[in-house]
Design a protein around this ligand. Structure first.
Ligand SMILES: [Cu+2]
Length: 291
């Protein structure tokens, strides 16, 4: 008797007396159970018809061909596209897994429901090594794939060059933000909940942020960057980006930090390098004039 996939699911239905028996392979299987190659071939053919076009369609996809799943596709920084692609891949893998699971459930419900003339229990299967290896290995492979792409991208996102073009100190405090450009105290801008500050960034130049907190844990988040990092008291966190797409974006705190957390907003303007220099010089001139 040939061993079938899915623990005898491809065998003929039930034994004549409705009682399960233990076969020589250790599988409970009715004496009349046998594999029907033509039916199995048909099912494999149907499965390939469903899976192969999906794989072919996905293999030629780029980030732009797929939905964003609520992530920004503005390409505001050199990193935002990488995060978007990882996010899209994770969703598509989740949808594919869901489709297989729901497909198997629906297939079972439709094709293996109890027939009118069925009596007793259907064949009871256990100790089916191939199916047990399958449902152990498939999740392990899935987790491995998720882990590989996440670890690869996280490593690249957190790479820091020793000599960034600009260093911006970000200080979070209940409930606003303070920005200082290139270590020059005269360029410090402090916001309030009623008057959110603007962070200026030069396009095409590397910027390193150092994140400081004066009180509790906050999180520095510019949604268009597809990236955020915690701002922790007593610890300075760093990350680098290269702004790319000129424009104005919103920023906010992404860690519930107290009563006015929702008002902890700021703006981000990515400018041409010359315009950026002019803005920073203007901030400095205004601070010196106010002395
Ligand atoms: Cu906060």
């Amino acid at each position: 008797m040939g061993r079938s996939l899915a623990g005898g699911l491809l065998t003929d239905r039930g034994s004549t007396d409705g009682k399960a028996t233990l076969g020589p392979s250790g599988t409970d299987r009715p004496p009349t159970g046998r594999v029907l190659p033509s039916r199995r071939s048909r099912r494999l053919a149907t499965l390939s018809l469903l899976v192969v076009p999906v794989l072919l369609a996905l293999s030629g996809c780029t980030s732009k061909d797929m939905p964003n799943f609520a992530m920004s596709d503005k390409g505001a920084t050199n990193q935002s596209g990488r995060v978007l692609f990882l996010w899209q891949g994770a969703w598509i893998a989740a949808f594919a897994t869901g489709a297989v699971v729901w497909g198997l459930i629906i297939w079972t419900v439709i094709f293996h429901r109890r027939k009118r003339d069925d009596q007793g229990l259907p064949p009871q299967n256990r100790y089916n090594v191939p199916i047990e290896v399958l449902y152990t290995m498939v999740p392990l492979i899935m987790v491995g794939v998720f882990f590989y792409f996440t670890a690869r991208d996280e490593d690249r996102l957190q790479q820091i060059s020793a000599h960034p073009d600009h260093q911006i100190r970000v200080q979070a405090q209940r409930w606003s933000w303070q920005f200082t450009y290139d270590g020059d105290q005269a360029t410090t801008v402090t916001g309030t909940p009623g008057n959110p500050p603007t962070l200026y960034l030069p396009s095409g130049q590397t910027v390193e942020f150092s994140l400081h907190s004066q009180d509790v844990i906050h999180s520095f988040w510019v949604p268009a960057f597809n990236y955020k990092m915690d701002v922790i008291p007593g610890q300075v966190n760093h990350f680098q980006i290269t702004p790319r797409t000129i424009g104005t974006y919103v920023g906010r705190c992404a860690e519930l930090c107290g009563q006015d957390h929702s008002r902890m907003l700021f703006n981000v303007q990515i400018l041409k390098p010359a315009d950026y220099q002019a803005k920073v010089a203007q901030i400095k001139a205004q601070a010196e004039a106010a002395k």
